[in-house]
Design a protein around this ligand. Structure first.
Ligand code: ATP
Length: 220
């Protein structure tokens, strides 16, 4: 199924919910936008296929929205935590296939996970991670000399290597080069699988002849 064939519902049309609607609709998806506030619904109606006024904490109202027909439902109610939690529960019970929910903080996020949210978004935290990864979007070419022309270095995965596997980089095909480890966030893997797909910010630790490493790194 192409992304444009998908159907999404977004409940809560604050700045976050509205921008989700706009982006989904611009990508060619079909979007249902819902809010309890008529002004917000009127604004969303400028961008999306369908916009409705509804109180989504009400089981009967949500049942009428037939959310189980949608591929994904986003609950983007932020400041009213009670409404966010209740809406998530009601939407899950109405049989929505996949429910993504925006949380305000760690505690809100924990409750949402416990009541069955399929994915919880903490916008400030997630954006901070993305920005940090962007800042790391370069290779680090610092070598730790180990003697006899052997050195250790790191490759920080940037956009150019995104989506390739460790095997695609063919590091171990170079004479004397070995992958020592692989870091993703706090996790360190000693003997990573070559099938591992690379993500921005991953760090690959390699050792080998300094000249070979320099040549290989400049070709990546
Ligand atoms: P931001 O504007 O940054 O996204 P936020 O999530 O705190 O922040 P709010 O202004 O709280 O934004 O937006 C949440 C939206 O959810 C509001 O438009 C509000 O009317 C809507 N909302 C709140 N309760 C319900 C409900 N029970 N059913 C449907 N919509 C609701």
């Amino acid at each position: 199924m192409k992304p444009s064939d998908k159907q999404f519902a977004v409940i809560g049309l604050g700045r976050f919910g509205l921008s989700v609607c706009q982006e989904l609709q611009a990508s060619g998806a079909e979007v249902l936008a819902v809010d309890i506030n008529e002004d917000r619904v009127r604004e969303a109606a400028n961008y999306v296929s369908q916009a409705l006024v509804a109180n989504c904490t009400s089981e009967d109202t949500v049942a009428e929205l037939r959310l189980s027909d949608y591929d994904m439902v986003m609950v983007a109610i932020g400041s009213d935590v009670n409404a966010s939690i209740l809406t998530t529960l009601v939407v899950k019970e109405a049989g929505a296939k996949s429910v993504w929910v925006k949380a305000n903080d760690k505690f809100h996020s924990k409750i949402l996970s416990k009541i069955g949210a399929d994915h919880v978004i903490l916008p400030e935290r997630d954006m901070g991670i993305r920005v940090a990864r962007k800042m790391m979007d370069k290779r680090v070419l610092e070598f730790q000399e180990l003697g006899s022309g052997i050195a250790m270095t790191e490759i920080v995965v940037g956009a150019r290597l995104l989506g390739q596997t460790l095997g695609d980089l063919a590091l171990c095909k170079e004479q004397g080069v070995q992958v020592l480890g692989f870091k993703r966030g706090p996790e360190v893997i000693k003997a990573p699988s070559l099938e591992k797909s690379l993500e921005i910010g991953d760090v690959i630790i390699i050792v080998g002849p300094r000249d070979t490493l320099t040549r290989k790194l400049s070709s990546l």
